[in-house]
Design a protein. Structure first.
Length: 185
């Protein structure tokens, strides 16, 4: 299935957590809040541990989130996937042959309608829906595989999101990383 049947995708915000995840059973990792000067070391470590990285382009410090950034990231590092809220980033990621994950925030009916229109235009490989309880609404509207993110605090939140139609859940919760991987950090 998707992501080697990995129910959660650890979303890493700090290098020390990234380093700990290298020895975990997780194959796929989401990288948030990273400085561009750290990318080379991260990709070298990830490759040495057979990890596949998905970068949130909008959150890379020192790099503008645009199609030029995608060109650079794909040429220099060849990530497994790229996440963004921006249509231009998703379009370029698809052109470069990396997994394109469109992140959307659903806060009201207007954002829901605008997100659906955006997804018809970009047709990403995956859609990350925030907050996670909105997955069930998006599942009824689109056929693109969904990731659930935001407000994932408990195993019940993870299980609800998966039942509601998410193929995986993104989370920064170290407790959930431990629970689903059954390892010590």
């Amino acid at each position: 299935m998707y992501f080697s049947n990995q129910p959660i995708l650890p979303a890493v915000r700090q290098m020390k957590d990234f380093e700990k995840l290298l020895t975990s059973p997780y194959e796929y990792l989401v990288v948030l809040d990273v400085h561009m000067s750290q990318l080379k070391a991260m990709f070298q470590m990830a490759q040495a541990h057979s990890k596949k990285l998905m970068l949130h382009v909008d959150l890379i410090q020192g790099l503008q989130s645009d199609s030029y950034a995608v060109e650079y990231l794909c040429q220099e590092f060849r990530p497994y996937g790229l996440l963004s809220t921006k249509a231009s980033v998703i379009t370029k990621a698809k052109q470069k042959g990396v997994v394109a994950i469109q992140r959307i925030f659903l806060i009201d009916n207007s954002s829901f309608e605008k997100s659906c229109a955006l997804l018809e235009k970009t047709i990403p490989d995956f859609v990350e829906v925030l907050p996670s309880p909105m997955v069930n609404y998006m599942k009824q509207e689109i056929s693109i595989p969904l990731l659930a993110g935001g407000f994932i605090r408990t195993t019940d939140d993870v299980e609800r999101s998966l039942r509601d139609g998410a193929v995986a859940v993104t989370t920064s919760s170290k407790e959930l990383w431990k629970h689903y991987a059954n390892y010590n950090m």
